[in-house]
Design a protein around this ligand. Structure first.
Ligand SMILES: Cc1cc2nc3c(=O)[nH]c(=O)nc-3n(C[C@H](O)[C@H](O)[C@H](O)COP(=O)(O)OP(=O)(O)OC[C@H]3O[C@@H](n4cnc5c(N)ncnc54)[C@H](O)[C@@H]3O)c2cc1C
Length: 516
């Protein structure tokens, strides 16, 4: 069908704004990755009926549909040649806010939600460094985490229900506490359209569940593939809504989400500890973890050196010759100030003579200043770009058990040395999730082979250590092809079946997670 006709049809169907001019397409053709893909049409959708009608039209005409939040995804997740649905203009409200949960539309920006929750003394812990921009829809789709995932968990852990629109336009609310097989069977007999949740359940025999628990990474965060390890919990409750977290919009469009929320802790203290080099810093991670911090983050010298404001903001001297310097930021939080002070004291004692305590603070302004500096890390990393020489993202989000972090960091440093590469490190050391990027000239003739060799070597090590190739940033265009290797054939076949159940004609964000 001709694109002009499609746009005319969409204008007559959609209640929201349909954009098909070159300027809009250009804006929506990029995210925070290196990719650039022009969408065919952009629709700033009004509500769920709007989305349902657009999906029905796309389904019958076999047109791709991709959700779009703030476009801060790092792997090209929100880019496609099809229809781009933008939720940020109209679908950005809090529908319900109660003592222990919040019900939100997908286009709400995380920081806006944080502000409203704070007024009630509450918070939703996952806090990506991009939280001033990123949306809840994007956080669900990528299973985002952030600085406080160590103490509290990831987006998937707080997702208690979801309303999803499938590729054929059917609206499925999934807000029950759990779904029994009986419920699903009953649904199947009542309506063929709603049997997807039942079909999903049938993929998981007890043998398969056992296999999944053996094969899935032994780490605290994981955004690789579909999170089938979360669908049936320890009490044998079936939680089908969890399949949509980390699915990158490949199974349906989120129109409403219910999250468990927590009381803000009464006290928190943040310590900044300086180390001579990254190896010394990561070696101290298990020691600090024994005190149960709510956050344990790392910034290496290359990230700090490129941000003068950070240097000035911090109350310590950075020796310009100390190229190897690395900082750890440690937060202890809770309702008992005595316990927090004790932990600070113990941490100081345990690190005495090994790391230099540069700052300990409990006042909110100082804590926010420190976390703002940490949240700026990726922006600083991007400043390393000079022409075609760039910090490359493919291996930037691996995670291993923190017990292996020292050996794994040593391994990464050896690889960088072998290929004579400059590099940066920052990120969630407490989870064993270091963000690292080699700086490579993308115009060089060896670029593609080099990045492929790096990925093969690094990802093989990650598999060997039962880690994941992506802890929180997701697969997107870049890492989808590595998913089969990460999980093996049996699990990848389950992923393919899941994709087929929810999106049989492959129109939902095609090319991500499972390539048909
Ligand atoms: C500077 C910077 C710092 C970052 N720091 C962190 C960090 O600390 N931790 C972390 O986890 N991530 C981080 N990220 C990555 C990114 O910000 C997160 O993954 C974020 O949650 C993406 O949200 P978004 O609204 O930008 O989504 P987008 O990039 O717009 O989309 C992401 C995915 O969500 C899908 N999607 C969006 N809305 C819907 C919907 N309603 N239904 C179905 N699918 C939908 C899209 O199709 C796409 O697949 C960072 C990124 C940047 C640029």
């Amino acid at each position: 069908m001709h694109q002009q006709k499609i746009d005319e049809d969409l204008r007559s169907i959609a209640k929201g704004n349909v954009l098909s001019d070159d300027w809009s397409k250009k804006i929506y053709s990029v995210d925070a990755s290196e990719f650039e893909i022009l969408p065919s049409t952009i629709i700033q959708v009004k509500d769920k009926e709007d989305i349902s009608n657009i999906c029905k039209y796309a389904y019958y005409n076999h047109l791709a549909i991709t959700g779009r939040g703030a476009g801060t995804g790092l792997l090209g997740q929100s880019l496609s040649t099809g229809i781009s649905l933008d939720f940020t203009k109209y679908m950005n409200k809090i529908n319900e806010l109660e003592n222990d949960y919040v019900m939100v539309q997908p286009g709400i920006v995380k920081a806006v939600l944080d502000k409203e929750l704070k007024k009630k003394g509450k918070f939703l812990p996952p806090d990506p460094a991009s939280s001033n921009f990123c949306t809840i829809g994007g956080m669900i789709a990528n299973n985002s985490s952030g600085i406080h995932a160590l103490g509290y968990g990831n987006t998937i852990d707080f997702l208690d229900g979801i309303e999803i629109i499938y590729s054929n336009g059917f609206i499925e609310p999934l807000f029950k506490k759990s779904y029994s097989i009986h419920d699903s069977a009953k649904k199947e007999s009542h309506s063929l359209r709603t049997n997807k949740i039942n079909q999903l359940f049938k993929l998981f025999s007890s043998d398969i569940l056992q296999y999944i628990s053996l094969k899935f990474p032994k780490v605290t965060k994981n955004s690789c593939g579909y999170r089938i390890d979360t669908l049936i919990d320890n009490s044998k409750r079936y939680l089908p809504h969890k399949i949509f977290a980390s699915s990158e919009g490949t199974l349906g469009i989120t129109t409403l989400a219910k999250f468990r929320i927590l009381d803000l802790p009464l006290y928190r203290s943040v310590m900044v500890i300086g180390f001579e080099n990254i190896l010394k810093a990561v070696k101290s991670v298990p020691t600090i973890l024994s005190l149960f911090p709510t956050s344990l983050e790392l910034l290496d010298h290359s990230v700090l050196c490129y941000e003068k404001i950070v240097r000035n903001k911090f109350n310590f001297k950075v020796n310009n010759n100390n190229n190897g310097g690395t900082l750890l930021f440690v937060e202890f939080a809770g309702d008992d100030v005595v316990t927090i002070e004790l932990k600070i004291q113990l941490c100081k004692e345990k690190l005495h003579g090994y790391g230099e305590i540069l700052e300990v603070t409990s006042d909110n302004v100082s804590c926010e200043r420190i976390w703002a500096a940490r949240k700026n890390a990726l922006n600083n990393v991007m400043k390393l770009t000079v022409g075609s020489r760039k910090p490359i993202s493919l291996i930037e989000d691996t995670i291993v058990n923190p017990e292996y972090l020292y050996d794994y960091t040593l391994f990464l440093l050896k690889i960088y040395k072998k290929y004579k590469l400059d590099y940066i490190f920052y990120g969630h050391a407490g989870n064993g999730n270091l963000h690292t990027r080699p700086v490579i000239d993308t115009a060089s003739s060896i670029y593609k082979d080099l990045i492929a060799s790096l990925a093969t070597e690094v990802f093989s090590k990650v598999y060997e250590l039962s880690g994941s190739i992506t802890a929180e940033h997701g697969d997107g265009i870049s890492r989808t092809k590595y998913i089969p290797q990460m999980y093996g054939n049996t699990i990848f076949e389950i992923f393919k079946n899941i994709k087929f159940i929810f999106d049989p004609t492959n129109i939902m964000n095609p090319g991500k997670k499972v390539i048909q």
